[in-house]
Design a protein around this ligand. Structure first.
Ligand code: CTP
Length: 403
């Protein structure tokens, strides 16, 4: 899958307990279509067996500088990205000082591809002035870093030093592998997930949106180098790593954040399932059973704000490219077209509610894309990740035509 498909990644595993997470990282890289060359330091083999990496990589693991004398030059030259995970204090020191006395350090010295280091060590080692100095040098040399995170450490201690999670490493690696995009450096605002409209302090009106489609759009735009702000309601799926995330609750709050964040934006992807209704007068106190008599009680609803309509002027005056969605049960094309025009969108992704493989609770989506020129593109059943990439490809094309 883009941007990993067919790319060559060098995974350097040094000797730390976090090496077990590198097994997951390798699996993710492979399942995204990357070819991975794994290199282990001698110390790494104390933590995870070579066979585990070999089985997942589908090729031998490199361990020794002298087995194939020029391997370090070839591997460093032929890869699109080198990931050092875990990057121990020792290997980071070797990298910072340009040492080349084992296969890992020699290869990293010879590498002319981007290098992503994922430090993992005890907090005291992480905070030691020597490590701080080495990290400064490495950053100056252009080495990218992800992590370490705060949390429980191997020795029963707590603190900064845990290696970043594989998902987070994958996001940053994806951004480093992404080729030039017209979205690079531009601000992209994405809305995602449901909104919650209070009925009383404990109850709300909501919907079944998981946030997945919006989060995939935010992640894909971020991988392409955009500055991404994702304004989201109470989503039920994991948040993407990389984009700035702003959590809101109801439609009014989402609108306030949206108005602020549209400042300086080039693109808006409006994937949130914003509630169209809300309680006309939400109760300040919890509604008690006794308040409801045998005939039940009526909850009076009123219309809430339509975020695309409310921001239409702002978007048009700032020339913000807008992708919106249309969720329909009938007359899909006609309704999507009228939303495209009425709400000031540049692209609309039509979803037919209830069509197989589409909907709130599934990982796939079947989308038809319409633009103001009347082009209708029916996409096949895709994962939401793939659908997000296709939509961003369309946005890139249309922005490219217009600039
Ligand atoms: N939208 C919005 N504000 C709302 C409702 C929807 O900005 N209060 C946005 C959605 O994020 C989506 C587009 O408008 O990008 C269309 O949403 P959809 O739910 O299909 O349509 P509605 O405008 O709510 O109309 P209806 O429910 O009558 O089909």
């Amino acid at each position: 899958m883009r941007p990993f498909d067919g790319r060559r990644v060098l995974l350097v595993v040094a000797g730390g307990i976090a090496a077990y997470k590198s097994v997951h990282l390798l699996r993710s890289l492979r399942s995204e279509g990357a070819e991975v060359e794994v290199m282990m330091t001698g110390a790494a083999e104390h933590f995870v067996g070579r066979v585990t990496f070999e089985a997942l990589a589908g090729r031998p693991v490199h361990t020794d500088l002298w087995t194939r004398p020029l391997a370090h030059i070839e591997l460093g030259r032929d890869c699109d990205l080198a990931i050092v995970a875990p990057a121990t204090a020792d290997l980071l020191a070797a990298m910072a000082h340009g040492r080349a006395d084992d296969l890992a350090s020699a290869t990293l010295l010879a590498a002319d591809c981007p290098v992503l280091a994922c430090p993992a060590m005890n907090t005291r080692m992480w905070e030691h002035p020597a490590t701080v100095r080495n990290l400064e040098m490495l950053t100056e040399d252009g080495v990218r870093l992800v992590g370490p995170e705060d949390g429980p450490l191997a020795e029963g201690e707590f603190g900064v030093g845990r290696m970043a999670e594989p998902e987070q490493i994958m996001s940053v690696a994806g951004r480093l592998l992404e080729v030039d995009s017209i979205l690079g450096g531009r601000k992209v605002v994405v809305t995602a997930g449901p909104t919650r409209e209070a009925i009383d302090p404990v109850r709300f009106l909501g919907n079944r949106s998981s946030g997945r489609m919006g989060f995939e759009l935010a992640a894909s735009a971020w991988r392409r180098g955009a500055e991404v702000v994702c304004i989201h309601g109470p989503a039920t799926v994991p948040r993407p790593h990389g984009p700035k995330m702003i959590e809101t609750e109801d439609a009014d709050a989402m609108l306030r954040s949206l108005r602020t964040e549209l400042d300086g934006a080039a693109v808006l992807c409006m994937a949130a399932a914003v509630s169209d209704f809300r309680a006309a007068s939400p109760s300040r106190e919890k509604i008690k059973k006794e308040d409801v008599d045998a005939e039940g009680f009526r909850l009076e609803l009123e219309r809430g704000p339509d975020l695309l309509v409310e921001t239409k002027e702002q978007r048009e005056s700032s020339n913000i490219f807008t992708l919106g969605f249309a969720l329909e049960t009938r007359d899909g094309l006609r309704n999507a077209r009228s939303k495209l025009e009425g709400k000031g969108m540049d692209l609309v992704a039509l979803n037919i509610a209830g069509s197989p493989g589409s909907g709130f609770d599934v990982d796939t989506n079947r989308i038809t894309v319409l633009d103001p020129a009347g082009t209708v593109e029916e996409l096949p059943l895709l994962t939401k990740r793939e659908a997000a990439d296709r939509l961003l490809d369309r946005i890139e094309d249309q922005l490219g035509d217009g600039s």
